[in-house]
Ligand binder design. Structure first.
Ligand code: ATP
Ligand code: MG
Ligand code: MG
Length: 372
């Protein structure tokens, strides 16, 4: 079978690899950590920094197609792989999604809504920004942020200088108006090399300390809001010439207004529900899209709730491992258990998302009771 090379050996790479293997592909992976989740299941693991040009060339040589599981990849490294014709996704979308300002410009150029924002290149821009942005707001670095790192909430104008002192060294920044959202949702869309485009069902996301906690599907939104969210994802996929998978994070305002928060040009944590609950998972869809296969049916087979398992949840989980009969456990096989680190996820399927929520709550309540 053909070989798919993956840059990055984390859980997203591993779940891509698992899907690809069932479809008959073999897997090569590039990651600096030889114990990374994907390395354990790959046919060929290259242990080197992501941005090592020799390692990138090696990955391209031993793969028919190269893809990636995260977007913070050096563009010169990607160019080496594109030059030998092994990068069907290209690097256009990576370049945009590495930089919040470019991302917002690309979204607004397609006529799609984002929260009001102002560019902050230097301290001189702070005063100007306050003329157009109301408070509360949030100051964000344009590059390198994730899980809320590189962000400072600015409740009032008077806190802006202090926020600048914290983040100014990492400029360029954007100052973004705070959206008093009713819900956060995401749409994961896949577009194939052939141009075929399909969305997964819209997911509703709840974060704890800026890390995804639970995703429920169907999202509790009106049908017209859902239709608009899916249309936004389709417009982005076509307008940005997506190949592969794109996660679109959105805020739903109190009146149903949608704002695109950010993009991730890859399978996404909020799409993990699709492994157990959809006809085709986001990982299989990603492989289909980059290989030019027909896209799969994305129908939701059951209401579902996905919950992340972080490092601090591992001990209580292990104590109740024999009580998981009605929940689907996915552990990523990470060697080091660290608080707030994503170690796995649980999926509950049931007659309603409320029922799934209740069973997850009961599982953790029983685990807490046992610990006492
Ligand atoms: P990720 O790990 O998803 O890449 P990130 O560090 O890039 O996260 P964002 O998605 O920009 O961060 O923000 C993290 C969370 O903070 C959002 O999911 C949302 O809950 C909240 N948030 C960020 N910006 C805003 C805003 N303008 N209005 C309201 N809430 C916001
Ligand atoms: Mg982000
Ligand atoms: Mg986000």
């Amino acid at each position: 079978g053909a070989v798919i090379g993956i840059i990055g050996g984390g859980q997203l790479g591993a779940m891509m690899a698992t899907a690809a293997r069932t479809m008959g592909y073999r897997i090569a992976v590039l990651d600096p950590d030889p114990t990374a989740p994907t390395a354990a299941i790959a046919d060929h693991a290259i242990t080197a920094p992501y941005n090592d040009p020799d390692a990138a060339r090696q990955l391209a040589e031993c793969s028919d197609i190269v893809t990636y599981e995260f977007e913070h990849i050096d563009l010169d490294t990607l160019a080496l792989i594109a030059d030998v014709g092994r990068l069907p996704q290209g690097s256009h979308l990576i370049r945009i999604s590495q930089h919040r300002r470019l991302e917002k410009e690309a979204i607004t150029a397609l006529g799609l809504p984002v929260a009001p924002y102002a560019n902050i290149m230097s301290a001189d821009d702070l005063d100007m920004a306050t003329a157009s942005i109301r408070f509360p707001a949030v100051l964000k670095t344009c590059m390198g942020g994730y899980d809320g790192k590189g962000q400072v909430v600015v409740k009032h104008r008077s806190e802006l200088e202090d926020a600048w002192r914290q983040l100014g060294d990492h400029a360029p920044l954007v100052l973004e108006q705070w959206i008093p959202f009713e819900r956060e949702i995401s749409v994961i869309v896949a577009r194939s090399t052939t141009g075929e485009t399909r969305c997964l069902p819209t997911a509703e996301n709840e974060h704890c300390q800026n890390i995804l906690h639970r995703t429920q599907v169907p999202a509790r939104i009106a049908a017209d809001v859902d239709a608009r969210a899916q249309q936004i994802a389709m417009t982005l996929a076509e307008g940005l010439k997506l190949v592969g998978t794109l996660a679109v994070e959105l805020f739903v305002g109190r009146d149903g207004t949608l704002y695109v928060n950010e993009l991730a040009p890859r399978p996404h944590n909020s799409g993990h529900f699709s492994i157990d609950a959809c006809e085709t998972s986001q990982f299989e869809q990603h492989v289909r899209a980059i290989c030019g296969l027909p896209l799969g049916d994305t129908r939701l087979l059951s209401p579902v709730v996905m919950e992340n398992i972080l490092g601090q949840h591992i001990a209580p989980l292990m104590a109740r491992l024999t009580h998981l009969e009605s929940l689907h456990l996915h552990l990523y096989g990470k060697a080091r258990v660290v608080s707030q680190r994503k170690m796995g996820h649980l999926t509950a399927l049931g007659p309603s998302t409320a029922d799934c929520m209740r069973r997850l709550d009961q599982f953790w309540a029983a685990s807490a009771a046992e610990a006492e």
